[in-house]
Design a protein around this ligand. Structure first.
Ligand code: OXD
Ligand code: MN
Length: 607
């Protein structure tokens, strides 16, 4: 058979994996629509997919995963640097050769009875100088069709790789070989969570995943390649791979601004990325909702590319009021995972903004009514809280015209944030690049009682990269700081810390959020222009009481005062907690961050 590539490294690697995993068949993906349709139909026939009602959701499918296989498994995620200390205190580490030996034994014969798919893909627009080619080998057709939406997948990526190009090998198996004549299940995986592995070998530029078929565990271009491996490469090569949305904001004067924003998971990144501003004349367009690769351009500014091609968004909570543009992106050609199936062949999830159906099939494939209770007596969820939609970015009604620009877009501002019910103001501009890095390093989110059984527990998630940094976090901070030396700091984005999640002592939200966040973004733009009513405070540059127009929002002057208050006692505690969070980094914590702590302490002491 004529091979679709002459790349010897790739051919040799596929050969080696075929010998190890012993699949029944090998199939090279071309990325065509026909291939996608055929695989989807095969999955409908095998029970993995349910085709949704074409009159309601044309070209859409629903998959239900195994109950053990519903989310990223951080405790089974490994960064396998040769030396433990290079993975750092925030990553699970295994010695590379030891884990390879352990995993090779698991991979031996693991694809019996299955097809091995070779999935060439490009992270970043094909041919962009910043794009990286990966090749995923997987025994999951679900992975193939999701990768076709999330990446530029198929022959075009192989052609870009060429005969001598290099690629990042990504090996994935659901870990469920079939004996002769054994009938397959709808969602093959390794049910025991302790036997799933998401392994990264940064020095080899290689990813091995075993036992899970869901999300970031299996779609290896996303968190594994575009964040963990890419962050490692970025440090070595002098660029940045960040867990950030990228948005374009256009003012009524038609001036465009580009913003990168990093928030921990579940803080509304996808909502902000395609927000509908309530401020008249302002427009938000989306460039990406999850990952941002940046390089310094010839003019000294940071240029950002979204390496992805689609959205893998959390469905529950997505509604016409929280994110109308996401709702419009998923009307067609979308794969839904672990949402509920309505009797008329459509999908439903909690907080979708439409009444619950009287009857549905829930994410477990069981009968569901709004009265259904779980074993613990709580109302049973129809959709899993981590249910997802996989939708082409091109279907977003506000995708920016330049979203595939191979050179990227020049970033004007970075936002960091998280869910912080107290202390942290609505918006706070950093005094300097280093102060901005200090803010990013201090990002974190407070958990809710519902999620973890303990309310008000703050989890630091520096730069929202805690689960995604492929090396030592202290070195990562140093890498961020180094950009203040790599280019003229005046050319770097201005840095802001935002907090849409402030509450009153009684637990009421102080800020309406969603489209009203455009009011904060306007102030950010004013600051970029060197304007905007602002006051220098011990913690940073805050808007004056009337700098942010809240007319018509219901936010009172007293609310605004609270949202912008410098809570000196709260900040003293905050600083102690930040210092505590630095401890694990030891000597690899850059001195510049300690200096920022000391400077802030001194400013607070005088307040
Ligand atoms: C995601 C995450 O899935 O950050 O994007 O968890
Ligand atoms: Mn994410």
């Amino acid at each position: 058979m004529a091979m679709p590539t002459k790349n010897q490294k790739l051919l040799a690697w596929v050969d080696e994996v075929v010998k190890l995993c012993e699949p029944e068949k090998v199939y090279w993906c071309d990325g065509s629509q026909q291939e996608y349709d055929t695989l989807c139909q095969q999955m409908v026939a095998s029970g993995t997919f349910t085709a949704l009602n074409p009159a309601k959701r044309p070209g859409c499918y629903l998959a239900r995963s195994h109950a053990s296989d519903v989310a990223r498994v951080e405790d089974r995620t490994y960064i396998c640097t040769p030396r433990r200390e290079d993975a750092g205190p925030t990553n699970n580490w295994r010695a590379p050769e030891e884990l390879k030996t352990e995993m090779r034994a698991l991979y031996k014969g693991c694809m019996h009875g299955r097809t091995l798919y070779v999935i060439p893909f490009s992270m970043g627009p094909i041919g962009s100088p910043v794009a990286k080619i990966g090749v995923e080998i997987s025994d999951s057709a679900y992975v193939v069709v999701n990768m076709r939406i999330m990446t530029r997948m198929g022959q075009a990526a192989l052609d870009a790789l060429g005969e001598h190009g290099d690629f990042i090998p990504c090996l994935h198996s659901v870990g469920a070989p079939l004996a002769k004549g054994q009938k397959d299940v709808a969602w093959p995986c390794v049910p025991d969570p302790a036997k799933k592995y998401i392994a990264h070998f940064p020095q080899d530029g290689m990813i091995w995943s075993f036992g899970s078929g869901y999300g970031g565990n299996a779609l290896l271009g996303k968190k594994c390649l575009a964040l963990r491996i890419a962050s490692y490469l970025a440090r070595a090569e002098g660029w940045m791979a960040e867990h950030m949305l990228i948005l374009k904001l256009t003012s009524p004067e038609q001036k465009a601004y580009y913003v990168g924003a990093a928030f921990p998971s579940a803080c509304g990144k996808t909502n902000l990325a395609m927000m509908q501003p309530t401020l008249p004349g302002w427009k938000v367009e989306c460039i990406g909702d999850d990952i941002n690769w940046m390089r310094i351009g010839d003019d000294g500014r940071l240029y950002a590319v979204n390496p992805e091609n689609g959205f893998f968004g959390v469905a529950p909570g997505t509604s016409r009021s929280s994110n109308p543009n996401a709702m419009d992106s998923i009307t067609r050609n979308t794969i839904f995972s672990n949402v509920a199936l309505t009797d008329d062949g459509d999908v439903w999830w909690e907080d979708m903004g439409v009444p619950a159906p009287a009857h549905a099939i829930d994410w477990k494939g069981e009968e569901w009514t709004p009265a259904k209770k779980d074993a613990d007596g709580k109302t049973a969820k129809a959709a899993h809280p981590n249910a997802r939609f996989t939708a082409p970015a091109s279907q977003c009604p506000v995708i920016a015209a330049e979203w595939e620009n191979p050179a990227g877009v020049p970033i004007d501002a970075f936002l960091f944030g998280g869910r912080r019910p107290s202390t942290i103001p609505l918006v706070n501009q950093a005094y300097s690049w280093n102060h901005g890095v200090f803010m990013g390093a201090a990002a974190g989110s407070e958990t809710t009682a519902a999620a973890l059984g303990q309310a008000g527990v703050l989890r630091r998630d520096p730069f929202a990269m805690l689960p995604f940094c492929g090396y030592h976090m202290g070195d990562y901070f140093m890498h961020w700081l180094s950009f203040g030396l790599r280019t003229n700091p005046a050319k770097l984005p201005k840095v802001f810390f935002v907090n849409w999640f402030r509450k009153t002592a009684e637990g009421k939200w102080l800020w309406p959020g969603y489209g009203e966040n455009s009011r904060v973004l306007r102030w950010v733009c004013e600051r970029i222009e060197g304007k905007g009513q602002a006051v220098e405070t011990p913690i940073g540059i805050l808007p004056t009481a009337d700098a942010i127009d809240v007319a018509g929002t219901g936010v009172t002057a007293a609310d605004m005062q609270e949202l912008l208050r410098v809570d000196v006692e709260g900040w003293k505690k905050e600083l102690a907690s930040i210092e505590e969070s630095y401890k694990p980094y030891g000597a690899r914590l850059p001195y510049a961050l300690r200096a920022e702590v000391d400077a802030l302490k001194a400013r607070l002491a005088k307040a």
